[in-house]
Design a protein. Structure first.
Length: 556
């Protein structure tokens, strides 16, 4: 619900901070006092188009912040979390507009695009009346409302699942059909490529091992010569082994005179063993190296084939085996596609039948709900001063299948006898539209998720007993939702659980708008003003007091 609205430098409002309560709150005041400014402020916070003309004269910018409680709105919390804009169980929407027309938007302090404000706002609040923010006029919202009223979530979920399954199979079929469009040419190409790879028959790891072997074979003579020289320097007369032995014998002859030399003798003995082992390994490596021109020729020819194949297919030689396998897999899939195509066509046809069957169940449930909703809203219109009004929820087949079925829903109404039903969006009278919206909201109050509803001058063109019915309806709605209503009728205002009074005053040639929460005695005076004008008589005050007491006695 809307908890707080803070406004600064917007039109006639210099600085205003409003606290809102649960239930039904009425907003009253003289014409021109600034009631519409509050809606303009809310509209800005909800992402509506920014207008520099709203910025208070001689100020750089207007600033509006709306704070909402979302503890009982898990879908709002989920949306905020998905957008990485979450902040515990409340959220605030902020909008600034400069006198040059530039605007900025924020959600929980994070800069966002205005359309994100609009999306979030559509989950939080709905304004009914002569303003743009009217979700009931949108066809998709009407369908959502009917589904919510019908209370058939399992039917919706299954229909959506069947539709997704049909779509997935359809995409698979399209892919196979696209591949088969030039089936023969692809088949010939893949067969040629496979034969080309089969002829060379690359083996995993072959390129790396051949590369190493080629290097060794091409330098075999140098390797062998170097190994022989190294061995000679170690093992031949006057080589490393002989020199180390001589050093050991020299030290051993005098170690008894200098015992501290014994560790060095031991170290030389260890070194001698390591040098002799190294000589043995060098000799062994030399023997392993062969001067084999024929093998070198084979290795180079094989590498040439692998390099040539890799270059032709524009790949690295190291992944040539993977490319070979890919070609074989593509060829196999293409050869099997004929059989897959027929199987997939059968599966697709069955999936479509499953979807149509489920969509038909959904349609029947909607038709039943549409009939009941039409009757209830029609009765509501009669009670709200449209005795000849008629409301009808009309279902027709949509132009194409969708996840939510094959139905298109239109809310149609007529306010006058003998006049044909017309779509709700074409109703000309703002007052009639507001009352029809009220009748719909009353009928669907338990299923609609929006926590806050605002009715702007719902009482246009009515009075007397009908106005009292309007007040009663809003009071009833206020038991489950937060209802705000801008009204000119005392009969409506008296039913509010809370009453805000909007007034403007001029001081030092500066006009400002103020909003006050009225206490019971102040409410009586305001109701009396609304009933009898500026001059308040005792009779008018008594009438207003009785009206308020009677209306408030029904709030329990």
């Amino acid at each position: 619900m809307l908890q707080e609205l803070a406004i600064q430098n917007l039109a006639l409002i210099e600085k205003l901070q409003l606290q809102f309560n649960n239930g039904f709150t009425t907003l009253t005041g003289e014409t021109g006092a600034g009631k519409s400014i509050l809606l303009d402020a809310l509209g800005l916070a909800l992402g509506e188009r920014a207008d520099s003309s709203l910025v208070r004269h001689n100020t750089p910018k207007a600033d509006v912040t709306a704070l909402f409680e979302i503890e009982d709105l898990p879908h709002v919390q989920s949306w905020l979390a998905e957008q990485e804009l979450d902040d515990d169980t409340s959220c605030y929407l902020r909008r600034t507009v400069t006198s040059e027309g530039r605007s900025k938007a924020y959600i929980n302090g994070y800069p966002v695009a205005a359309n994100q404000l609009k999306t979030l706002g559509s989950f939080l609040i709905d304004i009914h009346g002569q303003h743009e923010h009217q979700s009931l006029l949108a066809g998709n919202k009407q369908l959502e409302l009917l589904d919510a009223y019908a209370n058939h979530p399992k039917l919706l979920t299954q229909t959506q699942a069947d539709f997704k399954q049909w779509q997935a199979l359809k995409r698979q079929l399209q892919q196979i059909e696209e591949e088969q469009a030039d089936y023969q040419s692809k088949l010939e190409l893949l067969s040629f490529q496979k034969n080309e790879f089969d002829e060379i028959n690359p083996v995993e790891g072959e390129f790396e091992s051949l590369s190493e072997e080629q290097i060794q074979l091409s330098h075999a003579s140098e390797i062998k010569t170097a190994c022989e020289n190294a061995y000679s320097h170690i093992e031949n007369e006057q080589g490393a082994v002989d020199s180390i032995n001589q050093a050991i014998h020299a030290l051993e002859s005098i170690v008894e005179f200098s015992p501290s030399l014994q560790p060095l003798v031991n170290q030389l003995n260890s070194s001698l063993i390591e040098v002799q082992e190294a000589a043995t390994e060098i000799q062994h490596h030399s023997e392993q190296v062969e001067l084999d021109p024929q093998q070198l020729n084979y290795v180079e020819e094989r590498l040439s084939l692998l390099f040539g194949l890799a270059k032709k297919y524009n790949i690295e030689p190291e992944i040539i085996v993977n490319k070979h396998q890919q070609i074989k897999d593509d060829l196999m899939r293409l050869e099997q596609s004929d059989a897959s195509l027929e199987t997939l066509k059968e599966e697709l046809n069955q999936a479509w039948l499953n979807y149509l069957k489920q969509a038909d169940k959904l349609k029947k449930s909607r038709q039943k709900a549409a009939k009941n909703l039409s009757l209830i809203v029609t009765d509501g219109m009669h009670a709200l001063g449209m005795p000849n009004g008629l409301f009808s929820v009309e279902l027709t087949d949509s132009e194409q299948a969708a996840a939510n079925g094959t139905d298109k829903v239109v809310f149609s109404v007529t306010a006058n006898k003998g006049q044909p039903l017309q779509p709700l969006a074409k109703v000309a009278s703002g007052g009639e539209l507001s009352r029809i919206s009220l009748a719909i909201q009353v009928a669907t109050s338990e299923v609609v998720q929006l926590p806050t509803l605002i009715f702007d001058e719902v009482d246009v063109g009515i009075g007397g007993g009908i106005a009292e019915v309007v007040g009663q309806k809003m009071q009833a709605l206020g038991k489950n939702k937060q209802i705000l209503s801008i009204t000119h009728l005392a009969q409506v205002a008296s039913h509010g659980h809370n009453h805000l009074h909007i007034a403007k005053q001029t001081k030092n040639d500066v006009t400002t708008t103020h909003v006050n929460l009225l206490e019971p005695e102040q409410r009586v005076e305001e109701l009396a003003r609304m009933l009898g004008g500026l001059t308040l008589t005792e009779q008018t005050l008594n009438h207003a007091k009785e009206m308020l007491e009677t209306a408030q006695s029904k709030t329990s």
